[in-house]
Design a protein around this ligand. Sequence first.
Ligand code: MD3
Ligand code: FE
Length: 212
Amino acid sequence: MDLFSNVEPAHQTFSSGLVYLRGFALANEQALLSDLYQVILAAPLRTMMTPMGYPMSVATTSCGALGWIGDITGYGYSAVDPQTGLPWPAMPETFLQLAQNAALAAGFNDFSPDACLINQYHIGTKMGLHRDKDERDFAQPIVSVSLGIPARFQFGGNKRSDKPIQVLLGHGDVVVWGDASRMNYHGIMTIQPNTHPTLGNKRINLTFRKAG
Ligand code: MD3
Ligand code: FE
């Protein structure tokens, strides 16, 4: 069962510290997408390696002072794109404003993200249950922006074995994860065949973090 379908209120807060803002990114959609395409031109999407030596199915890139990277030695943040040898593209003003406005709507008034991870999912890709623990300050929230075809987000608890709930994330939806939800297990279920009028058969997620 989906906790969020379009009969639910547009803004919802859960006891876990998760705030869902349906369609919050649509107000400035055109500028956001054009900035996204510029970032991807400067720092192309690529599949990172897992420590197990397999490429991830999700393609990633980053913008901002720090970018998330993964290779055979593990996961972490780097000021340099290992593929280009250059700093990551600057975080566009449209990205920063969206992330800060969403954080504000969720009650975080001093969110200053220095990293924006861009994940691209094609049909059939997924992201297994994991927790985000490569950042320095877990008091800072995470803001996620979904674009393109919908995904079923799995939101678990503090233990991998806690049964996850499912949240349907569609184009323009923004979620702020703070406080108790910050360290919860989460993942993206296998993306089902679908098409979006502007993004085609893919989903792009922007994840804003204060990493350093
Ligand atoms: C809940 N990305 O990149 S974003 C990731 O849609 C990641 O691409 C997913 O999980 C995606 O690490 C989900 C939403 C998200 C991000 C971090 C969280 C949800 C979270 C951290 C704690 C709890
Ligand atoms: Fe994550």
